[in-house]
Design a protein around this ligand. Structure first.
Ligand SMILES: [Ca+2]
Ligand SMILES: [Ca+2]
Ligand SMILES: [Ca+2]
Ligand SMILES: [Ca+2]
Length: 196
C-alpha cells in the first residue's frame, strides 16, 4: 500500500480518537503522520508550531539518557549524567571534581585542573617538569629531581639533619654518627672498643 494511502487508512481508523490536520500532519507537528497527537515519548520530535520538544527518543527518554523524560536534551550542568558526560554535579563550576564541561577533574587526566601546576598524566617520571602530584618540580615536593641537583627530598620532613644523612649515604661509606665517644665516626661492623 502506498505510504500516503496507508496514512489515510490509519487516520480514518483513528477517527474520533486521534487527530488529523490533513497536509499539516507531520512527525514534527502537533499531529503525526499516523494521526496521533504528538506527545513526549512517542519518538516523534514535536518542534514546530507550539511544539517545544528538543528531542524524543521514545522509550529511551529518561534519566541517564541523551534525552530526558521531558524531551529536553541532557546537557552538562543539569545534574543528570548522560552517556556523553563523565560526570554531572549539577553546576558548571570548575575545581569541584567535575569540570565545566562535565569531564572528571583530577591529577593524571592530562588536563591542568584548578589547583594543579601541571598534568602530564602522572607518567611516573617526577623529573620531567611535572611530578606525579601534578606540581612543578621543586625542593620540598617529596620527589628527588636529579636535574635540580637534589640528593634527597623528604618533602615536609626535609631538614639539615636529613641533608647531612643523605650526604653521608651519597658518599658510599654507609657510616653513621656515633652517639657516644664525642661523636666519633665508625664503619659498620666496627666495635667501639679501642684496639689492643
Ligand atoms: Ca514527541
Ligand atoms: Ca547532564
Ligand atoms: Ca588534572
Ligand atoms: Ca611527570
Amino acid at each position: 500500500m502506498h505510504e500516503r494511502a496507508l496514512r489515510r487508512w490509519v487516520c480514518a481508523a483513528r477517527a474520533g480518537e486521534g487527530c488529523d490536520d490533513g497536509v499539516n500532519n507531520s512527525q514534527n507537528a502537533a499531529c503525526t503522520n499516523v494521526c496521533a497527537v504528538n506527545v513526549c515519548g512517542d519518538g516523534a520530535i514535536y518542534n514546530t508550531g507550539d511544539g517545544a520538544e528538543e528531542c524524543d527518543s521514545g522509550d529511551n527518554n529518561g534519566p541517564g539518557q541523551l534525552c530526558n523524560a521531558m524531551c529536553k536534551v541532557n546537557v552538562c550542568g543539569d545534574g543528570d549524567k548522560s552517556p556523553k558526560e563523565q560526570c554531572d554535579d549539577g553546576n558548571n563550576a570548575p575545581g569541584d571534581g567535575c569540570s565545566a564541561s562535565c569531564v572528571l577533574e583530577g591529577c593524571g587526566n592530562q588536563i591542568v585542573d584548578p589547583g594543579e601546576g601541571c598534568d602530564d598524566g602522572a607518567d611516573g617520571d617526577n623529573d620531567d617538569g611535572c611530578t606525579d602530584a601534578c606540581t612543578i618540580p621543586s625542593c620540598g615536593d617529596g620527589f628527588v629531581q636529579a636535574s635540580l641537583n637534589e640528593a634527597c627530598d623528604l618533602g615536609g620532613a626535609n631538614s639539615n639533619a636529613a641533608r647531612l644523612y643523605a650526604r653521608l649515604r651519597a658518599g658510599g661509606l654507609r657510616r653513621r654518627v656515633s652517639s657516644t665517644k664525642g661523636g666519633a665516626v665508625r664503619r659498620r661492623g666496627e666495635t667501639s672498643q679501642p684496639s689492643p
